[in-house]
Design a protein. Structure first.
Length: 438
């Protein structure tokens, strides 16, 4: 197969248009090759094809289209991947010109997601996105789509064309999938409500694909989630218990990796999964700080967060994790540390190596501090015979200390602000002053 990178040239005066425009073209092409190899495709050649404008018929100019005809013939390629979003007409025209199957960026990402999804929820989400994509591709590329199926009854009539029948069947399947996904969302809401009653706080990992989220997840939770040097190595969300430095507990959620130009239909389809991010108390934005396009990748992740209604500048929820510092020399690490120290307090960052464990303790302390910041510590005195009350406190608060004297429990508990008034009214609790355990 052949990978083509048809990237728009930056016009004069637009050099500082932002991180997206500054993304290195070679890095973009390399990422497209990585996407193809993620589903075991053999890449015969990768072609960088900068363009000054997008052609409505073929996206590329006539000369570049003819050049790729020669490459397709010389490599006997059966597939050409265009690292861009093609319209149905452009895709059809290119397939005719090259006599090969053409896949655009959205189609390639959908193929990867289709192969990676393992859970029922994941497969439902991928199929929904795939069907929405296919519905837009139903152009008259094949003759069978032009045939009409006869009407029934005495009058007969023209019937419906095959393309109309295909659209109708796809529409019916999309409706069924959306109904099933609503049930999944309802189940997830119940699980989250259960975690709030325990109560466990949620920490979510987000980041560009292949930034090392799964490796960090395994390091923090001692889990064995698949981690590989591959784009979209993991897709299905995973939750594991996270033990904090002073013995507290939280839930850590690993989510699907983001990528530049992530198809809107995928963001919509995976909204049920990404609700874990939207509901998280702390979000860890994991960055591969060793990547040549690290700044542009950060911009892409921020854009997806905005689509989810999350302000990427919200420092009270988001901690940046600069991963893979083991790839730098000691001097380069010192330089990075100085850069991190100059970051504004509302957007702190932490230098770590998920592979070696360097910097993990400092990150855990920061997570613990953030989780505790929005909670209040109370002193509670309760009769030892009030088993229901003691049980309620264990279920609905974090018990930091508990002593028994003269038939009375003296407890120090940490609760969310939302439960503060309830605990104070029910147990006559007072705000704790002084040091606490975790």
């Amino acid at each position: 197969m052949i990978v083509v990178g048809p990237y728009l040239r930056t016009r004069r005066g637009e050099a500082d248009a932002g991180p997206a425009s500054a993304r290195d073209l070679e890095a973009r092409l390399e990422e497209a090759v990585g996407l193809a190899r993620a589903i075991d495709l053999t890449v015969a050649e990768a072609v960088l094809a900068p363009i000054s404008q997008i052609r409505p018929a073929t996206y590329l100019g006539k000369g570049k289209v003819e050049e790729i005809v020669g490459l397709v013939h010389s490599h006997e390629a059966e597939l050409v991947v265009m690292d861009c979003a093609l319209s149905p007409i452009q895709q059809r025209n290119l397939e005719k010109q090259w006599n090969a199957k053409v896949l655009d960026r959205t189609g390639l990402i959908l193929e990867i997601f289709g192969r990676r999804a393992k859970t029922k929820e994941g497969t439902l989400q991928v199929e929904l996105a795939h069907l929405n994509y296919q519905r837009s591709r139903l152009v008259r590329s094949w003759t069978h789509l032009e045939r009409q199926r006869g009407g029934f009854g005495f009058m007969g009539g023209p019937g419906e064309t095959q393309i109309e029948a295909d659209r109708r069947m796809i529409g019916e399947r999309i409706t069924r999938l959306e109904t099933e996904l609503k049930k999944v969302q309802a189940t997830r809401r119940l699980h989250r409500a259960g975690r709030r009653r325990v109560p466990y706080r949620v920490v979510a990992l987000v980041g560009y694909t292949n930034a090392g989220k799964s490796t960090l997840f395994n390091r923090l939770t001692r889990a064995e989630v698949q981690a590989a040097d591959m784009l979209f190595a993991t897709l299905d969300p995973t939750l594991r218990a996270l033990t904090l430095p002073h013995g507290g507990k939280a839930m850590l959620s690993d989510t699907v990796g983001f990528i530049s130009d992530l198809p809107t239909m995928l963001v919509a389809a995976f909204r049920a999964t990404l609700e874990e991010v939207m509901e998280a108390d702390v979000i860890l934005h994991v960055r591969d700080i060793s990547h040549q396009d690290a700044e542009a990748q950060q911009h892409d992740v921020d854009e997806v967060l905005r689509q989810l209604g999350i302000d990427p500048e919200a420092g009270d929820r988001i901690l940046e994790v600069w991963n893979k510092i083991d790839r730098f020399s000691p001097q380069e690490r010192a330089d990075l540390a100085r850069i991190a120290a100059r970051r504004p307090s509302e957007r702190p960052c932490f230098l770590v190596s998920a592979a070696t464990g360097e910097g993990i303790e400092a990150l855990l302390l920061a997570i613990e501090e953030r989780l505790a910041a929005s909670r209040v510590v109370l002193d509670v005195t309760i009769e030892a015979g009030d088993g229901a009350g003691v049980s309620w406190l264990h279920r609905n608060s974090e018990v930091l200390d508990k002593t028994l004297a003269d038939g009375t429990f003296h407890m120090v508990v940490r609760v969310d602000e939302t439960r503060r008034e309830t605990v104070m009214r029910r147990f006559g609790a007072t705000v704790h002053h002084g040091p606490v355990g975790p």
